[in-house]
Design a protein around this ligand. Structure first.
Ligand SMILES: Nc1ncnc2c1ncn2[C@@H]1O[C@H](COP(=O)(O)OP(=O)(O)OP(=O)(O)O)[C@@H](O)[C@H]1O
Ligand SMILES: [Mg+2]
Length: 276
């Protein structure tokens, strides 16, 4: 008699990334994350929104094993990916497990050219670097044109594409993006988000994108979380969040009547507003 077929793998086993009740402290005393829980579902783009200092970058560092260089640590809770606990691993092992972060401020090797920067991302020796370069150049044609330009002499938008391209060279299953829109013109930001969406759809890559620019992030994601003061204060399908009156007024600067609030109004509102 044949034995029964094994049960279908759970979603978690297929590659959901889960942050479960995580608390992070810096220098043993400064508590920044206060019980953060979120999921990055396999094959989806998830947005993590919040204003300055909310704890977004800290959340990414907790996932990617990059707290230690900042003298931070996870005091409570776990991060797991596909059923495997990541929170005990160092940064390199998290990359090996398939989770790769593109840090804030698009750090590239300024003295290397664009192609050398990309090759530096092939650190795990997965795949074949030449076909991988082709793959990146297909997603970001601008990088192909700039392949022999010194990275330090490329524009902010090009450096952001390069930083993302370099991360993709490591064949991630989950890509963590920290404020890719920062300091870039709206058209470029749209181009970058569209490219990320395309990679997500064509390769099934899961993405967690941190943004202060809620407008663009909600437009290009499936699900979103709003963070404030080291806690998740709201979550939902991106389309729902984008039409939520609080989110609209607080992050999108639009009042109930569809008018755009002036920057000054939004700013003073930001100072007053508390989610909880
Ligand atoms: N290395 C560190 N040592 C001490 N405190 C830190 C460190 N990094 C961040 N913090 C503090 O943790 C809090 C959250 O910072 P974090 O960088 O995670 O916020 P953020 O949401 O990414 O903000 P931003 O939008 O400005 O990038 C801030 O109060 C910050 O001062
Ligand atoms: Mg940050």
């Amino acid at each position: 008699m044949q034995s029964a077929a094994p049960p279908p793998p759970t979603l978690a086993a297929q590659g959901d990334l889960t942050v479960n009740n995580v608390e992070v402290v810096y220098h043993d005393i400064i508590q920044v994350l206060r019980g953060v829980s979120l999921s990055v579902r396999a094959g989806r783009v998830t947005a993590l929104l919040g204003t300055n200092g909310a704890g977004k970058t800290t959340t990414l560092r907790a996932i990617s094993g990059l707290l230690k260089p900042e003298n931070g640590k996870i005091r409570e809770g776990t991060v797991s990916f596909g059923g495997r606990v990541l929170s005990a691993l160092n940064g390199t092992d998290v990359v090996k497990a398939g989770v790769v972060q593109v840090p804030e401020g698009r750090r590239v090797f300024k003295h290397l050219n664009v192609e050398e920067n990309l090759r530096a991302g092939a650190i795990l020796g997965r795949g074949h670097w030449q076909s991988d370069l082709e793959r990146i150049y297909t997603y970001f044609p601008k990088l192909r044109a700039l392949r022999s330009r010194q990275a330090g002499y490329t524009s902010g938008g090009e450096q952001q594409m390069l930083a993302i391209g370099r991360a993709l060279m490591a064949h991630p299953r989950v890509l963590l993006l920290d404020e890719p829109s920062l300091g870039l013109a709206p058209l470029l930001v749209a181009e970058i988000f569209e490219n990320v969406r395309r990679i997500n759809q064509e390769e099934g890559l899961s993405v967690l994108v941190v943004e202060q620019n809620a407008n663009i992030a909600l437009r290009h994601s499936d699900y979103g979380y709003v963070m404030e003061g080291g806690r998740i204060v709201m979550e939902g399908e991106s389309a729902e969040l984008a039409s939520n009156p609080d989110v609209k007024e607080f992050y999108l600067g639009v009042t109930e009547h569809g008018q755009r609030k002036s920057f000054r109004d939004v700013k003073s509102y930001k100072r007053r507003k508390r989610w909880m």
